[in-house]
Design a protein around this ligand. Structure first.
Ligand SMILES: Nc1ncnc2c1ncn2[C@@H]1O[C@H](COP(=O)(O)OP(=O)(O)OP(=O)(O)O)[C@@H](O)[C@H]1O
Length: 338
């Protein structure tokens, strides 16, 4: 598979092992210029590792193979210089915890100015003016006065905004937002999601949004990939997957969203847990938890195949179309689709 031209990033057969234990089993994934792609799946499915591997940010004990191309340039095995020139300037990553990006002992204005110096060569008044513009752009009022404050003088939501401002300093083509709202309360979460949507519209940068929150994914993203046990199991537009999830795991994620039923909160959890990467079941990794699994599912792992309409699915016994479509009504009721 070659570069298609419109893709910004192409992952091919990306594999990661820690101390010989394979946690990512061959990820093929494209991110087009300017698009918003959601990555969902339970904890431990490999969402973060995929992008940390792509950016060369995994610890030394990790073995990474396969290919990650940024507009045709290979990043896997790339030198430190190559990776440093990509990180921040071409691809920026933000995390759940702003303290991973903000230095507690440096004034915020200085931190953003330093990022501007590293990524764009701005210094002095030019760096300060741009830092003020970024602070303002992420929705923090009174930028000039706040410029000289330390991170602890901002609220959790504001620190999240400042982390986003730092990420924007390099004018990246791709922002990877790894659970950026998980630690925030609902009102602040909504504001940060709105900010991500607005910034993408204003800057044209692509966004990869990693989240457990399917509602948030439907707001921010156009396309979504579902990961399970280190593999992509379903992929399609938000509309396709939310209105007609075909993989029993995707369906399970939707059924596990709490909903009100006769005044009581109800959800159907997926039985069992994500398998330990050291001890993956034979065949389809989801089969031990899947109510639709038959013998063949336990013997043979289904490959990720392309369906009509640009969808992809790795399942021997997918949810029948009619049953998948039935779920649409409840999805609309949950407000996940308009
Ligand atoms: N530094 C590491 N050393 C060893 N194993 C790791 C390391 N980082 C991640 N893993 C393992 O890799 C697998 C994938 O982890 P990853 O963090 O990508 O999952 P995730 O889907 O992003 O989950 P979460 O939503 O909790 O972040 C897990 O089994 C995890 O334990």
């Amino acid at each position: 598979m070659g570069t298609t031209g419109s893709n910004l990033v192409e992952l091919r057969d990306l594999r990661v092992a820690f101390d010989g234990v394979q946690v990512l089993h061959g990820i093929d994934l494209d991110v087009a210029r300017g698009e918003a792609l959601g990555l969902v799946g339970e904890s431990g499915c490999g969402k973060s590792v995929t992008w940390l591997a792509a950016l060369g940010l995994l610890p030394g004990k990790a073995s990474v193979t396969g290919s990650v191309r940024l507009e045709g340039s290979e990043l896997v095995g790339g030198s430190r210089t190559v990776l440093e020139s990509v990180r921040g300037s071409r691809i920026a990553m933000i995390f759940q915890d702003p303290s991973s990006s903000l230095n507690p002992v440096l004034r915020i204005g200085r931190q953003i100015s330093e990022a501007l110096s590293v990524h764009r060569g701005l210094r002095g008044e030019a760096a300060k003016a741009e830092a003020l513009r970024l602070i303002d752009m992420v929705g923090i009022p009174d930028a000039r006065r706040r410029f000289d404050l330390y991170p602890h003088e901002f609220s959790g939501g504001q620190c999240q905004r400042l982390m986003i401002a730092m990420a924007l300093a390099g004018q990246p083509d791709l922002l990877i937002a790894d659970e950026p709202t998980t630690a925030l309360d609902a009102t602040i979460q909504a504001q940060i999601l709105d900010l991500l949507i607005r910034l993408r519209a204003e800057t044209g940068m692509a966004t990869v949004f990693i989240s457990h929150d399917l509602g948030a994914v439907s707001q921010v993203c156009e396309r979504v990939c579902v990961m399970y046990a280190g593999r992509i199991v379903e992929e399609g537009s938000v509309e396709q997957l939310f209105s007609e999830p075909r993989h029993p795991y995707t369906r399970g994620l939707f059924d596990a969203i709490p909903r009100l039923d006769g005044g009581r909160e109800r959800l159907i959890p997926i039985p069992g847990t994500v398998p330990n990467p050291k001890d993956l079941p034979a065949g389809c990794s989801f089969s031990p938890r899947c109510s639709r699994a038959v013998e063949a599912c336990r013997n043979e792992r289904p490959p990720l195949l392309s369906l009509d309409g640009g969808r992809k699915l790795a399942c021997t016994r997918p949810v029948p179309v009619a049953a998948a479509a039935e779920a649409l009504t409840s999805r609309i009721a949950e407000g996940l689709l308009q």
